[in-house]
Structures are given as C-alpha cells and as structure tokens.
Design a binder for this molecule. Structure first.
Ligand code: GLA
Length: 410
C-alpha cells in the first residue's frame, strides 16, 4: 500500500471515532465563545424596571390548584395589587403531570382540570401576565419532570399556552454548565417569537451576575429565603442573611437584568409587621424584583399597607435602575443609599438591633454639597418633612427602618 493510501485508510478508520467520541467533540466545542461573550447575543429588552408580581411557592408550595391561581388573579385585581404594578402571576413548582408519548409536558390534571392554557387565559383576562416554572435538570426541585433535553419543545409549549415569564430552576442538573444551560433555554424562548421574561434560579452558585445579563432578566443570588428575620434554617436563609449576600452585588444590576434576593415573605406570618416593613424597604433599596409570596386573597390590613406602599414601590421601580447599597454601619445601625433618576436619592436608616438608635445621613454621604437644600419625604409616615440642609437624623426602633426620599430644590 502506498503511503498515501495508508494515510487515507487510517483517516477513514478514525473518522467515525472523531464524530462520535464526546471527548473530541468537547474539544471542538471549547473553541466556541461562551454564550455571554457571543457578540451576536442581545438582551430581550424586557424588565427595564425590576419585575413585579406574585408567585405561588412561598405560601402554597406544592399545594396549588387552578382554583388557587384563579382566586389569586381575582385578588390581585380586587386589592389594587395589579394597579400598584404587581402584574405577573407565576405558578411555581408542582403544576406538572408527566410527559406525553411525544415528550410534551402536560399539567397535573387533578390540580389543573382545565389545563394550563385555560388558566393562563383566565389570568390574561384579568389584565395580568402569566408565568410558569421549570428546571434545567432532569427533575424540578419538587421532583417533577425538568426541561433538560426538552428545551425547545417546552418553549414551544409555553408559548402556545401564553406564558410571559419563566422561572428556571437548577435542581438535578448534574455536571451541566450553567451558562450554557440557561443560554439554551433563553434561545429556545426567543425562537418562539413570544416575549418571555426569564428568571434564573440557580441560587448564585455559578455567579450568574458575571454572565447572565443578556441571557435572562433576573438571577437569584442566594439560597431560598425562609420567613424568618435571620439565620440559617437548613438550606434556607433568613431575610437578613440574604440581604448581606445580595448587597455587595449592587454594581451588577441595571435595566433589563436584576439581582434577585428571592421572593417576598411579607404577610406569611413568620416575622413582625415591623420586620416585614424592613424586608420590603430593603428589597426596594436593592432594586429587587418585588414578587409577593403571600395569600393575596386573605391579606391583613398591615400586609396590604406594606405591599401597596406606592412611595416605596416607586423607589424600587425607579427608572435609573441603579441598585442601592449600605454606605455606613455602626453596630446595629446602618445607612443605605440609592441614587434615583433626576438627581434624587432614597435613604434608609435601618436598625438591626434590639434597642432604639439614632441614625444620621449626611448630604456628603449622598454626594450632595452640605449646603444643598433638599426636600424630604418620609415614605412610611407618608409625610413631607420639608426642606433640610446638611443632614437628616431619626430615632429608629428595633428591627425598624426610616425611609426617605431626598429631592434637590431647584
Ligand atoms: C427551589 C427554588 C425555590 C422554589 C423551589 C420549588 O428551591 O429556589 O424558589 O422554586 O425550588 O421546588
């Protein structure tokens, strides 16, 4: 055999190996840019302000049904939540049945006898948007079928149901690469032509703030919240522990993509009204998605007053989209600042401790000249405090906040 013939024979015998050997395929893959660095990738344009809505998980977990969803849709309208901006109604885990013979996902027919499309139609008929939940692994965290290997098929199904929002979880993902997995679902959703907000829920494990700004619209930064003031509770974290993990990531939030310190627990009973007021204020200072997680159809007046505080919501939804941060800490006393559009600021005086403290914010900490005259409004007292110069001080009760906006006098 000539040398050329020998080479040709060898090449032919190796060809199938190269085509089928995953190790070699991976080597070729590694020459591709990661999805976040692909210059052709553009954001979907949604969520120019932090998303607002309601999600079933914190209150109902897997005990969900078509009736719960319809009742909540009605309540979001009747209570004024929809008008205040809570426009996405999201069904979390456990709505699923099995995949059908062709691999399409179905709903649990007992819990959703009319199906997801009819439920979504009802939600839409109330002027709300409709969201659903899946997972990048083989199973969801609640053990239902995940989307791995079915991404495009699921995206088509969701679009045909009228889904406007997908929360995409990270259980049972094995050794999957998070950036690739989320980009794949992002592309699948985009290919349907429908506007679907993508909420990444991989708990901050793979630092999505570094790669997800054009892949999704919000990314969880921590483990799950639990309805407690602080501490570690199994896998879940109390509210303050979440704040301390989310706060340092302030530079990564911007219109279109937000840090997500998880859904609100306001109204679920594990914290005091004062603590829920602090929880809500801190979420607004951090430009967090405001996804209520309570039983909206049976809210107390206290819960309602917190979730419907339009001044605090306006801070959260400020169009500049810059996340606030802690600028001073002295023992249990903290001063937080958020730069708002049109030269305004929001300031939060926050007392983590068990005794009252007097806290002060100086204009120079807000990047204003000390002599600048600023109009102050107290967002929880719902009171204009008039013009001030130099600084603002307040006595802050245990676990409480004083939250103000500051507007330069022209
Ligand atoms: C994970 C998520 C939660 C919730 C549950 C559902 O724990 O982080 O927000 O979606 O799964 O099983």
């Amino acid at each position: 055999m000539s040398r050329l013939a020998k080479f040709a024979a060898l090449a032919l015998s190796l060809a199938p190996v190269a085509l089928t050997n995953p190790a070699l395929a991976e080597e070729v893959d590694q020459n591709r840019l990661p999805p976040s660095q692909d210059p052709a990738r553009v954001a979907n344009g949604l969520a120019q302000t932090p998303p607002m809505g309601w999600n079933s998980w914190n209150k109902f977990a897997c005990n969900i049904s078509e009736k719960t969803i319809r009742d909540t849709a009605d309540a979001l309208v009747a209570t004024g939540m929809k008008d205040a901006g809570y426009n996405y109604l999201v069904i979390d885990d456990c709505w699923h049945g099995e995949r059908d013979a062709k691999g399409f996902i179905t709903a649990n027919a007992k819990a959703f006898p009319s199906g997801i499309k009819a439920t979504a139609d009802y939600v839409h008929s109330k002027g709300l948007k409709f969201g659903i939940y899946s997972d990048a692994g083989t199973k969801t965290c609640g053990g239902r079928p995940g989307s791995q290997g079915h991404e495009y098929q699921d995206a088509i199904t969701y679009a045909s149901w009228g889904v406007d929002y997908l929360k995409y979880d990270w259980c049972s993902t094995g050794s999957r690469n998070a950036e690739e997995a989320y980009a794949l679902m992002s592309d699948a959703l985009r290919s349907t032509g429908r506007d679907v907000l993508l909420s990444l829920c991989e708990w901050g494990t793979n630092r999505p703030w570094l790669w997800a700004s054009k892949i999704g619209n919000m990314w969880r930064t921590t483990a799950d919240i639990t309805d407690k003031w602080s501490g570690k509770h199994g896998y879940a974290l109390g509210m303050l522990d979440i704040v301390d993990l989310n706060e340092p990531l302030w530079a990564y939030a911007a219109p279109g993509h937000w840090n997500d310190p998880d859904m609100l627990e306001v109204g679920n009973g594990g914290m005091t009204t004062t603590e829920y007021r602090s929880h809500f204020s801190l979420w607004a200072m951090m430009a967090s998605p405001l996804i209520a997680g309570n039983d909206v159809a049976n809210m107390s007046a206290d819960t309602r007053a917190i979730l419907l505080n339009k001044d605090v919501i306006a801070v959260d939804q400020d169009k500049l989209g810059r996340q606030g941060r802690r600028i001073a800490k002295d023992g249990n006393g903290e001063v937080w600042v958020r730069t708002l559009a049109d030269g305004k600021r929001a300031a939060l005086l926050f007392n983590r401790g068990e005794t009252p403290v007097k806290l002060t914010v100086n204009w120079t900490q807000l990047d204003y000249p000390a002599g600048q005259s600023l109009m102050l409004r107290d967002l929880w007292a719902h009171r204009d405090l008039g013009a001030m110069k130099g600084s603002f001080s307040a006595q802050v009760q245990p676990h409480d906040v004083v939250m103000v906006t500051l507007t330069p006098e022209s």
